[in-house]
Design a protein around this ligand. Sequence first.
Ligand code: HEM
Length: 128
Amino acid sequence: MDRKFVFASLIYAVIGMSLGIFMAASQNHGQMVTHAHIMLAGFVVSFIYALCHKLWLGSSDNSLKQIQFYVHQIGVAVMSLGLFLLYGDLILPEAIEPILAVSSFFVLSGMIMMIILFIKSAKATQQA
Ligand code: HEM
């Protein structure tokens, strides 16, 4: 699971930096919020989850680990696309805001699931 998170994290970094370079080159910083969320929720948080798996959660695979991975990735992908459309004035705010709200709960749920994985791995370590 750690490798999947690292790979996703690096893909987000390339997308986010490309948007950053586009903003800098065009001198249109309208997508700053989108860039910031791709870099922080996509690149940084995904990399932190990779480290959690590598350093503490161990390599044993379970369904909650799979669900947590996809919940976070779906949340960040929908949030990034939604923010791009919103800050690019490519969609009406009232049309995208409910979708952005749901995506943010996905990202929050991914974080709560990571806490549960941590608690479960601590219990498993104690019993071992
Ligand atoms: C190729 C590298 C990058 C370029 C060209 C770039 C470009 C930009 C630009 C043009 C802005 C808007 C600045 C403004 O209008 O005030 C910005 C904001 C931001 N960038 Fe980047 N960026 C890069 C890498 C990163 C990285 C690696 C991160 C974090 C991991 C990051 C996080 C942010 C954040 C949080 C903001 C918002 C700052 C604020 O709210 O004032 N960026 N970036």
